[in-house]
Design a protein around this ligand. Structure first.
Ligand SMILES: Nc1ncnc2c1ncn2[C@@H]1O[C@H](COP(=O)(O)OP(=O)(O)OP(=O)(O)O)[C@@H](O)[C@H]1O
Ligand SMILES: [Mg+2]
Length: 247
């Protein structure tokens, strides 16, 4: 089968988002290319989740534009997937949850079984194939969410704090899966506020603070010599979200 044309680069041009009279994303411009694993970093309330939702086309910007290889969002939805911090599972088996995602994307039933077996094996969930998805533990659910996204072989995968409620071993397991998906050629755009995790995964860092993109920098440079004082303070642990220091 011929490879479909790339939907990347993703371009944000002066993107603004107002919610309830408050400007929560402020004039963000950036270009995201296919290769790097892009990690969006920033303190609580910085606008990381909203930025991901804007990129994925779940919300429309108040001003500015989000385009994919020059095309508007709606045309490329089928080539993207997003995994949320608390993924929602259908009241069906683990395998049926993945089958549903494949069916929605128009994948023929005949090829679904092999694809489902493959992603369940890669995410360590084979023994749960026929278990009810909603009974999985939090960590297993998160792996199922990744398996479901992986099954549809998206060009771009958005991940919003995918390890926020996992223990260290569960976190490493999910990180391994993310790296494998990325090595397979999927562009990964992910938020975290776990700096150690960002060091392990990032090829480039997009640093957000109070709705502004302060820098988009190759990871090695960001962690050794961030360009902005805000990023410097974030790395030192002395950048506070929206409040003044109280101690
Ligand atoms: N539906 C909404 N209505 C009003 N304000 C909102 C809404 N969603 C987000 N905000 C505000 O927008 C800002 C950015 O929110 P966002 O969820 O993107 O932050 P975040 O960087 O993902 O934070 P966290 O690290 O806590 O997940 C916050 O100040 C938040 O209160
Ligand atoms: Mg968030």
């Amino acid at each position: 089968m011929m490879k479909p044309p790339s939907i990347l680069p993703l371009r944000l041009d002066r993107v603004v988002l107002d919610i309830g009279g408050k400007r929560v994303i402020k004039d963000v411009s950036a270009t995201l290319t296919a290769a790097p694993c892009s990690i969006v970093l920033g303190p609580n309330g910085a606008g990381k989740t909203l930025l991901l939702k804007l990129c994925h086309g779940l919300i429309a910007p108040t001003a500015g534009s989000v385009t994919w290889a020059g095309a508007p969002c709606g045309n490329v939805q089928h080539a993207q997937a997003m995994v949320f911090q608390q993924p929602v599972m259908l009241r069906r088996s683990v395998a049926a949850n993945i089958a549903y995602a494949l069916t929605v994307r128009g994948r023929p039933r005949a090829e679904q079984r092999a694809r489902i077996d493959d992603v369940l094996a890669r995410t360590g969930l084979r023994r749960f194939a026929e278990s009810p998805a909603r009974r999985l533990s939090v960590g297993e659910k998160q792996r199922l969410a990744l398996a479901r996204a992986w099954a549809i072989e998206p060009q771009v995968l958005f991940l919003d704090e995918p390890t926020a409620s996992l223990d260290p071993a569960g976190t490493r397991q999910v990180e391994e899966i993310i790296l494998a998906i990325h090595r397979g050629g999927t562009k990964v755009i992910m938020t975290t506020h776990d700096l150690q995790q960002a060091r392990r995964l990032a090829d480039e860092v997009m640093f957000l603070h109070r709705g502004r993109l302060y820098e988009q920098t190759p990871a090695a440079a960001f962690f050794t010599a961030p360009r902005t004082p805000e990023a410097q303070r974030f790395l030192e642990g002395t950048l506070f979200p929206n409040i003044r220091r109280v101690v």
